[in-house]
Design a protein around this ligand. Structure first.
Ligand code: 5AD
Ligand code: SF4
Length: 471
């Protein structure tokens, strides 16, 4: 093939850019979208400026997340003023939640697509191209009725869609997300997830294991199994403990994490696998949401503080040195000061290594929004509660981490750190450590002594000669 023809072919390839917000499941969906597009001949653009198609892959879990995305989409529209043929799509949970109203609110958005429709992405984009070519005209006439036939909302739920047999385009060479479950069958009263991601669907274990074997063959040492309530996984004879054990035993996989489990599905069998399988990380993220039974009941969490603490006791007894993390929502409607204090007490009792702390955010359509108006907590009170729980958690975390100083841990080196000359990695228990090192060590497991802590993260030093260390 002569050179000019080759160049013509290369420049004909469309470039796609996916910008993801929100949880690891959504980030994994971003990799799936890039994989689907790459299979249809798209290239991955390094920046939005360089792209023919920009997909903003959104989160709907809290109001704040949605506001950020709307601002960002508006910003990206600036690119369209210069390049009217640019396609802007909004995907993910917020796209599903707002649907066609998003097309009305943001007249420059060409495509709105929910989490069950990604398989059709290339076909839908192909239909959009003529619309994009009309972009200049649409900018002058951004009236929905004039452009509606050229813009698409793909929002149907597919009860069996689990994206089996599609190649994802992985962004990390060190850690691979593997969704094992989509959707959620719980109905926590504050949560939008079941409404935007539909009911729980579990993947075939044999296909999951085949994917993990491919990951290992590609030299990726860590997998993170993903699901909204990952440990409720069930497929035929397979439950989550069996799946986790099988994944942990795949040759070449050195670390397995999973997120997020629901406390009610933390079975003795799962605890046993965590204790017995060396590849399963000594780390558990177990969302508690509140430290008071009345609030838990009104959230429809289906456990009590006592039963949650019993789970923690069992898992800690079985897995010494386990690092625990959690999610907490403060200022749920009707939460009294005493109930909030009970959450602080729970933090003091459990002493989490890490915690993700949120102020309740009303999500239209969820049961909690129908609670009596007078129960909604005033913003100043909610903010004060959030700040209180953050301060307490930081204090506990710093105490825990100071207690770790002097220990020698195994770190998987991930990337250069911000400080020049340092590299950064993670321990088995998911703690971040920066230490003087060579970027050539990225991808290796090295023994590092923890020498200082900022409270949340660590500074360390390499123990011994890196040339003599394994992997
Ligand atoms: N408001 C605040 N936080 C929420 N979360 C889920 N829904 C809401 C909401 N409406 C939090 C929960 C969940 C985490 C992913 O986000 O703590 O575990
Ligand atoms: Fe939301 Fe509850 Fe399902 Fe988690 S378990 S996704 S908080 S409804």
């Amino acid at each position: 093939m002569d050179v000019p023809r080759l160049m013509a072919q290369v420049s004909a390839k469309k470039k796609a850019y996916v910008e993801t917000y929100g949880c690891q499941m959504n980030a994994s969906d971003g990799e799936l979208m890039l994989g689907i597009l790459a299979a249809q001949g798209y290239e991955v653009a390094a920046t939005p400026e360089d792209a023919d198609v920009i997909l903003v892959n959104t989160c709907a879990i809290r109001e704040h997340a949605e506001q950020r995305v709307l601002g960002r989409v508006g910003q990206l529209n600036q690119l369209k003023l210069e390049r009217p043929e640019l396609v802007i799509g909004v995907t993910g949970c917020m796209a599903q939640r707002l649907g066609p109203t998003l097309l009305e609110r943001a007249p420059y958005v060409d495509l709105v697509m929910g989490p069950d429709a990604y398989r059709r992405l290339p076909q839908v984009l192909a239909r959009l191209r003529p619309a994009a070519a009309n972009g200049a005209q649409r900018r002058e006439l951004p009236v929905l009725s004039k452009a509606a036939s050229l813009r698409v909302a793909a929002l149907d739920f597919q009860p069996h869609e689990n994206y089996e047999d599609l190649e994802v385009r992985r962004t990390s060479r060190l850690s691979a997300w593997v969704p094992v479950q989509r959707g959620c069958d719980y109905r926590c009263t504050y949560c939008i997830v079941p409404y935007v991601r539909g009911p729980e669907k579990n993947r075939d274990p044999e296909k999951i294991l085949a994917e993990v074997r491919r990951i290992a063959q590609d030299g990726i040492p860590e997998v993170v199994l993903l699901g909204q309530t990952v440990n409720s996984y069930q497929h035929g004879e397979w439950d989550f403990s069996r799946l986790l054990r099988a994944v942990a035993r795949v040759d070449g996989i050195r670390r397995v994490r999973f997120t997020s489990p629901h406390p009610n599905d933390l079975t003795p069998a799962l605890v046993e696998v965590m204790a017995q399988e060396p590849a399963v990380c000594k780390q558990l993220h177990l969302p508690v949401q509140s430290g008071h039974d009345r609030t838990l009941k009104r959230m429809l969490r289906r456990y009590t503080v006592a039963s949650y603490l019993e789970q923690i006791r069992l898992v800690r007894a079985a897995v010494p040195d386990l690092a625990l993390s959690t999610d907490i929502i403060v200022a749920f409607p009707g939460e009294t000061e005493a109930e909030y204090e009970a959450t602080l007490d729970l933090l003091r009792t459990v002493r989490y290594d890490d915690a993700f702390l949120y102020k309740y955010s009303p999500r239209a359509g969820t049961p909690a929004t129908r609670l009596p108006r007078e129960q909604f907590i005033p913003e100043e009170v909610a903010q004060a509660r959030l700040e209180g729980v953050i301060a307490l958690h930081r204090d506990i975390q710093a105490q825990i981490n100071r207690g770790e100083l002097g220990r020698v841990v195994e770190v998987l080196v991930e990337r250069p750190a911000r400080t020049p000359g340092d590299v950064l990695g993670r321990t088995d228990s998911n703690k971040v450590v920066a230490f003087p090192g060579d970027p050539a060590w990225i991808g290796r497991f090295l023994r590092v002594r923890l020498t200082a802590t900022t409270g949340a993260t660590f500074v360390g030093e390499l123990v011994g000669d890196p040339a003599l260390q394994v992997a």
